[in-house]
Design a protein around this ligand. Sequence first.
Ligand code: IMO
Ligand code: MG
Length: 409
Amino acid sequence: MNLVVVGAQWGDEGKGKMVDYFSEDADLVVRFSGGANAGHTIKVEDKTFAVHLIPAGIISPGKTVVLGNGMVIDPASMFEELAKIASQGIDWEGRVVVSDRAHLVLPGYKSEDRTIDEHRARPIGTTGRGIGVAYGKKASRDGVRVADLWDPVVWNALSKSDRDWLEPFKERLASMKVNLADFMMANQDKRILLEGAQGALLDLDHGTYPYVSSGISTSAGAAIGASIGPRRIDKCLGVLKAYQTRVGNGPFPTEMVDGNDVVLADKLRELGHEYGVTTGRPRRIGFLDLVALKYSGWVNSLDGFILSHLNLYDGFESLSVCTAYELDGEEIDYFPSNIADLERVKPVLQTLPGWEGKVADARTWEDMPGGAQKVVEFIEEFTGVPVHGYSVGPLRKETFMKEEPWTVS
Ligand code: IMO
Ligand code: MG
């Protein structure tokens, strides 16, 4: 069976931690989208690991991880990351496989990415990792794939400096590359975790275009980016945070920007360590947006959510969630495609009561404070997607499932 894990919001929902948790029972972990723009933090006992390109499944001992064809790979970043986790005691040799159809991020792409963004009338605020340039070249058929390193026509057409830069990586990639379609066919009976990056609202098609990343970060991307085809996807889970964050520019209907809301945003930012893992930028904070979440549940065909960070509201008297938007004086219940509309909408907030007791201490659904259970039920009812599991703190042990992840209903 396979299980897709995606971000249900604008990224940074806690996917890395959940992928690490699910990896324990998986045979294979395949990352299907994005590149070094992602930033996943995984805490295991007293150690903290940060991965960007490498699937978060690498931290789980003995698991094979795959960088899928939906990714854009900067080989320098990749080997740097592997060296870093090796220095933290992770034995990765022989466990990392790379699709030979994945595209490469070449040295000039990063500066090109930054220059393009600086010259945009309204910059996106990219991570500067060359992601948009690599996917752009992929779409215009000017990209360089892993397999192309052994194609004399493509290789010889590269500049000498690109060839010199690639040469040492070529040797190392030779033993890691696979034809992923064949590899997945051979492994189809295994338990496969399909690891997403970014989030639905950063997806090239479904996100807040043009303020998005350039990969397919919704669950459909797992079929393409991991070479399995759409009918073989068994289950899709979306990770969401009990509030909303966004790094970089773009519309954010529920952003906490007024008076007391700013104070709340600052509090949540400190409690949740809401600073980018890749760029260190402070994340923008907002109220949980159920309009966007319902949309995300649909475009990802989610079987369930994993709810994280609800524990941050422990001790709060109440919390607010957005249940509709007001657009030019009219209430709307959908997530607009038009950016000007999304920038103009005002959130219609509903205040839900807080709770006594601590979500942070819960290890089962039954342990959850009654008020927190009511909030969960409100989210489920509104979105039509049940919450299957919870992350109530950064550690592996601060995770529990209400529904068994590795079964198909
Ligand atoms: P994870 O996997 C949050 C954002 C950037 C920028 C936009 C485009 O950690 O959830 P890009 O460099 O991809 O062209 O930037 O997308 N972005 C992310 N925001 N989490 C991420 O990944 C992100 N990856 C890209 O901040 O607004
Ligand atoms: Mg992140």
